[in-house]
Design a protein around this ligand. Sequence first.
Ligand SMILES: Cc1cc2nc3c(=O)[nH]c(=O)nc-3n(C[C@H](O)[C@H](O)[C@H](O)COP(=O)(O)OP(=O)(O)OC[C@H]3O[C@@H](n4cnc5c(N)ncnc54)[C@H](O)[C@@H]3O)c2cc1C
Length: 484
Amino acid sequence: MLRTGDEYLASLRDGRQVYVGGKLIDDVTIYDGFSGSAKTVARLFDRTASDPALTYVEPETGEKTSLNFLRPRSREDLTARRALHTAWAEVSNGLFGRSPDHVAAMVTGMACRPEVTGNEQYAENLLNYWRHIRDNDLYLSFAVLPPAGSKSGKSSAVQNAMRVIATGDEGVTVRGYKMLATGGALCHEILVGNAQPLRAGDESVAVSFGIAANHPGVKILSRKPYAAHAVSNIDDPLADFDESDAAIYFDDVVVPWNRIFVLDDWRASYGLFVNTPAHTLGNSQAHIRLLAKMRFMLAAAKRLGDALDFTSNPAVQGVFGGLAARVKMLEASVLAQEFQPERWDHGYVSQDRQFMYASSNWSMEYFSEFSTEMRRMLASHAFQQPADVSAFEDDYTRRLFLELNRTDDFEVALGNYRLIRLMWGLVGSELASRNNQYELFYAGPPHVTRSRMYDCFDWASAEQRVDEFLAQNATTAADAQTTR
Ligand SMILES: Cc1cc2nc3c(=O)[nH]c(=O)nc-3n(C[C@H](O)[C@H](O)[C@H](O)COP(=O)(O)OP(=O)(O)OC[C@H]3O[C@@H](n4cnc5c(N)ncnc54)[C@H](O)[C@@H]3O)c2cc1C
């Protein structure tokens, strides 16, 4: 099925337990902190449901299905997937990092190589799970990290990381925290597992499964939702683009056996991400999405510069030129990822991992600098403006506002104000700060992201050049010795 936005919103009224501070939210679709973002997600579903180009016919069912779930077999398939990611990224201008196409891409990648689970029944469970989310067009978030201080399940002092506490006829009982489900308040399902390497001794936390957001005992503990504090959509134009983040607490949750993908296997739990196309399909979404965001930020800054007349300065144009070059570099990297697909078992492909991890590393290192340049462009303009739109209601402050903008035309002045508020939303606000943090950590912590690049870089062919050079040089040196 292709889910519509209305169907998505209705499906969120399912008894899920979302806490904001001490408050249990009855209905996330009407709560101020989430309602706007829920509507944004609804727009994503409508976008696919209304555009056949974002669907494919799934061979297993013969049904029109979101490209989210296409197991790619060719470069053309990767290009088709990119069309979906691009279309969705444009809905939020890249501000929804974990839009529903992120984790769906991961599970789709896992379903290309389910045998990595190391157990026939679990492999079947994983395939059936992919079929379930595919055929119901579901939104998944994921929580694949332990909480602070418990990066190793071996830690006897810290026992709050989610772990298996019992197994029985009904399933596997888990208790404790798992971090950090972006979109947790708004999703249908949560993928739980380990996206960071585990080691021997971590067996009790080495469990992977998919669980419904409203499953008994699943507690979704949201961080502060910024939209709940929005003044107006002119003052906070990005209030509908706060995708939410939540710690997940498993209060003795019984995970049914048919939802278990890995149990007691620290290699397989991590392997599901990196020994299948999962990580590559998921992270390439992240880069396509980041491209949409950087283009949008750059264009917003340029429009601001044009409006406030500082882009006419050649020095400022130089800065913009440098930023535009970075945006095009990212675009090149996105295209390079799918140019020569990497081949996996069973005829499936993914984007090339070397380019993919290069993009992850680059964006993690560079995005803060990009954002800082934007802040530099914004300078003090956000603080020169009135506190909020109430200034336009009072005759005296409205007149002063027009004078500040050197115009009698309120629409022109308001246009400047809106651009400035947008820029503040993108680079200065609490949401912007959260989003910067997201770009730093979306692929995992820097040391792990770098080590993945180390692991997949084609050292052999690069080093062969060195060996050949040294061999040639040795011959020349020997000759030189002989002649001397
Ligand atoms: C906005 C946001 C959204 C996120 N969304 C999701 C999500 O949807 N799903 C999900 O599962 N996770 C998500 N994450 C979590 C993300 O993957 C983690 O933040 C990241 O893996 C780091 O883990 P941590 O936050 O527990 O920090 P810690 O592991 O506690 O690390 C703290 C600091 O120490 C550094 N550090 C730790 N160990 C080492 C080491 N051995 N060598 C060098 N430096 C080290 C880290 O790089 C970091 O700077 C999100 C994070 C953010 C910020």
